[in-house]
Design a protein around this ligand. Structure first.
Ligand SMILES: [Zn+2]
Length: 451
């Protein structure tokens, strides 16, 4: 990375190597610029604990070179709909999200609780002017996924992604997001990968989460958010249970009435799971007096074996092909966009300029034309001549065009920091030991080495 501050150029592999000048820039409130591209996109500095972290200025991701860690495609249709429901604080690097559900509800016992009853997330219409956009559970999971960068793919990530590092990075992302005045991480339990060694630790974490949901007599029912790998739905008498992969002893209970709505809403995701897909669940839950988790609402995200999200058969095929051809790309996330709104299947970032790839699986002769000002290509899964992806330029070419230092930065960015499952009581220590972790976490401020 190369950063310009006060006409001085700072060169380093990561922010940690240039803490002193970054500190001065932060304290002097200097303007910072990323030198990855001729446009010199603006950066800001956030102080996270005792570390100074450079971050891209809001909405300027596309001005960075695609090889730069700050790069984001110009078009983010799913997140774009959220508009001012997302606020980024350029002093702290923290996000505030406006959500459309409550974190408590009236006591159900005896009385009919109409407060907050099954308030389904507002369905977004792909209309950027939606009057009062806000986040539902599905959107929160999508935002966390983007922040933790699991919608990006570099060939070097092959074989390195598993729930151990996914859950860790989601947790890290959640610690920089606030909803309704409270850190998301304080309302949220993200299950770690269950191994032979850490069952006890996961149980202790779960017990802490459950404790936070305990109700005081006469007060409203508290609700929390839980994220884990979905593991199917089962039935016991009149009750249904949502099973979670890493919490085998803590299924989420739901009534047959809730079950009917859930099956309707998540038919395709549950179907995908039944046929072997990896599905991530985000659930809002309450607690019974006996410590059982009770369903309140749910979001499901279907991902492939590399934890890349996909939204249908052809979407998956496109991702499979791009991964097999060792391409670098970003997977745009749908958030809560309606199915009929077409967004790019992937955005290739190893081409001369980023190219959106739209899937056209229609069998009519009418050419499909997406509404976009950005460079795009149509990918036709059913046309043998329509499946080619635009050619990649070698990363060397791009590096020559910018700076020799970029090659180092790029190499580190492609290494997934967590080869081993994370199940330490203080996972921060694991990150601190591994400098390469910094690049993967660029969007979310790194944890200080001394933590
Ligand atoms: Zn840049």
């Amino acid at each position: 990375m190369r950063i310009e501050v006060d006409s001085v150029i700072l060169e380093a592999d990561n922010d940690k190597e240039i803490q002193e000048p970054l500190k001065n820039a932060y304290e002097g409130r200097k303007d910072l610029f990323c030198l990855c591209s001729l446009g010199r996109p603006r950066l800001y500095l956030a102080k996270v604990e005792d570390t100074y972290v450079s971050k891209r200025w809001p909405h300027t991701g596309h001005e960075h070179d695609p090889s730069c860690d700050h790069y984001e495609p110009k078009l983010n249709p799913g997140q774009g709909v959220m508009g001012d429901a997302i606020t980024e604080n350029t002093d702290t690097g923290e996000f505030t999200l406006r959500v459309n559900f409550a974190f408590s509800k009236a006591l159900p016992k005896g009385s009919k609780s109409k407060d907050d009853e099954k308030k389904e997330p507002v369905v977004k219409q792909g209309d950027a002017k939606a009057s009062n956009p806000s986040f539902g559970l599905q959107s929160i999971l999508s935002f966390l996924w983007e922040q933790a960068r699991y919608n990006r793919w570099y060939p070097k990530m092959e074989g390195k992604r598993h729930w151990g590092n996914v859950s860790y990075n989601l947790k890290e992302a959640a610690s920089h997001i606030t909803t309704k005045g409270v850190k998301l991480s304080e309302r949220m339990f993200i299950a770690q990968r269950l191994t032979e060694k850490n069952g006890r630790y996961i149980n202790a974490e779960l017990a802490t989460f459950k404790h936070s949901l305990k109700n005081t007599k006469g007060k409203k029912t508290k609700l929390g958010i839980l994220i884990d790998q979905f593991n199917g739905i089962g039935q016991q008498g009149n009750l249904f249970q949502i099973y979670l992969k890493n919490l085998p002893n803590a299924p989420i209970m739901l009534t047959d009435k809730s079950m009917a709505g859930l099956e309707r809403k998540f038919e395709s995701q549950i179907n995908a799971f039944d046929y072997g897909a990896n599905v991530i669940a985000i659930a809002q839950v309450g607690l019974t007096d006996y410590g059982d988790l009770v369903y309140e609402r749910l979001g499901l995200l279907v991902v492939d074996s590399n934890f890349l999200p996909f939204y249908g058969m052809h979407d998956k095929e496109l991702i499979d092909q791009a991964v097999a051809e060792r391409r670098r790309f970003i997977k745009p996330m749908r958030y809560e966009l309606n199915d009929h709104i077409s967004i790019p299947g992937i955005t290739l970032i190893d081409t001369e300029e980023p190219i959106d790839i739209f899937v056209d699986a229609s069998t009519t002769d009418e050419p499909f034309e997406p509404v976009t000002d950005d460079p795009y290509r149509i990918w036709q899964p059913m046309n043998p001549n329509g499946r080619d992806l635009p050619e990649a330029i070698s990363s060397d070419t791009r590096i020559d065009a910018t700076s020799p230092l970029e090659s180092d930065a790029q190499d580190t960015s492609e290494i997934d920091p967590f080869d081993e499952p994370v199940f330490e009581p203080q996972p921060e220590a694991v990150v601190g030991e591994d400098d390469s972790g910094e690049m993967e976490l660029t969007n979310t401020p790194p944890v200080s080495a001394s933590a």
